[in-house]
Ligand binder design. Structure first.
Ligand code: DX5
Ligand code: ZN
Length: 215
């Protein structure tokens, strides 16, 4: 059974408290929280004060995905507002190993996200230091995009690397996840499914989360 992490990027920001209460009641395992800076990605979402506000109403793991340049500048700040898992982009990290150590030193799980064009093989020398690999199955920056099919190959390659090295990293899929691809992703080796639009734009988000949880 996969870990389900609804992305609050697609939630109603004017009613965040009720969106959090809905997630608490649902079978969702984590909150997936997308931070964008308008530089690493061509969009700006929200930052620390909004996460701090969500945290006040959250009863679940806070999975924070940083789509920002030089993410190492803000590791302590994201811990302070409630992040349990902090994911940085490979493409935004010159000293990735140092960033992973710094995230863990703050008591958080350390994640690395890969853009669709970034090969999984680039993680070989740090895979044992990573708690979560987030494979982007769309180009980061926006919700509601179409799933990129090559993701299946990346999941399989990453799963093999994890098994060969004895890494304990979880594989998270982010972007365009729906009930149409969830089963195949889990079959390929995914552990965590992020879903934004599919959950929050559905007429019954609690039932939609329960459906994803069944795969
Ligand atoms: C994209 C974000 C995703 C996004 C997923 O840059 O990282 O987490 O919210 O949204 P959907 O599920 O709508 O593709
Ligand atoms: Zn994300």
């Amino acid at each position: 059974m996969a870990i389900i992490a609804p992305s609050l990027l697609a939630s109603d920001f004017a009613n965040l408290q009720s969106e959090c209460e809905m997630l608490n009641k649902s079978e969702a395992d984590w909150y997936h929280i997308d931070v964008m800076d308008g530089v690493f990605v061509p969009n700006i979402s929200f930052g620390m004060p909004v996460i701090e506000a969500m945290k006040r109403h959250s009863e679940k793991t806070m999975d924070v995905h940083l789509m920002i340049v030089q993410p190492e500048r803000y590791i302590k700040e994201f811990k302070a507002v409630g992040a349990d898992i902090l994911t940085v982009h490979y493409e935004a990290s010159t000293h990735l190993h140092r960033s992973l150590q710094a995230i863990k030193a703050e008591g958080m799980k350390a994640g690395v996200a890969l853009n669709p064009h970034t090969p999984v093989s680039l993680l070989k020398d740090v895979i044992k230091d990573i708690d979560l690999v987030c494979l982007m199955s769309v180009n980061p920056g926006f919700g509601g995009q179409k799933f990129i099919e090559n993701t299946y190959n990346k999941v399989k390659e990453l799963k093999a690397m994890i098994q060969e090295t004895g890494s304990e990293a979880l594989i998270e899929i982010d972007g365009g996840v729906t009930s149409a691809n969830a089963a195949a992703l889990i079959e390929a080796g995914a552990d965590v499914l992020v879903a934004g639009s599919f959950v929050f734009k559905s007429s019954d988000p609690i039932a939609t989360i329960a459906d994803l949880k069944k795969f």
